[in-house]
Design a protein around this ligand. Structure first.
Ligand SMILES: [Mg+2]
Length: 195
């Protein structure tokens, strides 16, 4: 049986749409470096007005895939069962967040057509998922995996290698590094079963 991988969507598969809409709303030119912490919405003073604007748009119209993600996922699919594990709930507007699920679903269908729709998991508490491998930019979301890969993003850059090591977490700065980590692990596993 193939091992399972849970891959997060935002800031791992794709990025840019949230900040694009925030800048469009506020008339600003913020970059990821301006974000203090995890939540970009903390940059805007009037969150109610921002989220009214945000929810009337589709952030994925302004998102870009991260370099290498399509090629590496296709490669990994030969050896692993890949699931997309993503939350669609925005904490400030939980009841209005349903439309984000549709936006995510449509984006994944269009951009990653080789991942079966059955393998989309829309979930807020990812620790409920047991997978062999988890790839996420948020540390808490890596719980309950044998291999925990933290994908580098604006809000986790300062976590030291020593700290991550103490938690059993590996950092990956790109999809090319993930390919090195997981395809090497797979060939090691294959050679050990042959012995
Ligand atoms: Mg994420």
């Amino acid at each position: 049986m193939k091992k399972t991988i849970m891959v997060d969507m935002d800031e791992v598969i794709t990025e840019g749409g949230f900040l694009h809409l925030l800048n469009e709303f506020a008339g600003t030119n913020y970059t990821n470096d301006d974000v203090d912490g995890y939540y970009m919405q903390d940059l805007v003073p009037d969150k109610d007005a921002f989220f009214k604007y945000f929810i009337a748009h589709n952030q994925y119209d302004y998102c870009e895939l991260l370099p290498g993600v399509v090629e590496v996922l296709k490669n990994l699919k030969e050896y692993y069962d890949i699931y997309i594990g993503t939350s669609y709930i925005i904490k400030e507007i939980p009841k209005e967040s349903g439309v984000i699920l549709l936006h995510k679903h449509d984006y994944l269908c269009e951009k990653l057509p080789f991942i079966p729709v059955d393998n989309y998991i829309f979930i807020n508490n990812k620790s409920l998922l047991n997978c062999d491998i988890k790839i996420d930019d948020k540390l808490d979301n890596l719980e309950n995996a044998d291999v925990k890969i933290l994908f580098t993003a604006y809000h986790n850059k300062d976590l030291s290698d020593e700290y991550l090591h103490s938690l059993g977490v590996i950092r990956a700065n790109s999809w090319f590094q993930i390919k090195d980590i997981l395809l090497k692990e797979n060939s090691d596993a294959n050679s050990s079963t042959k012995e």
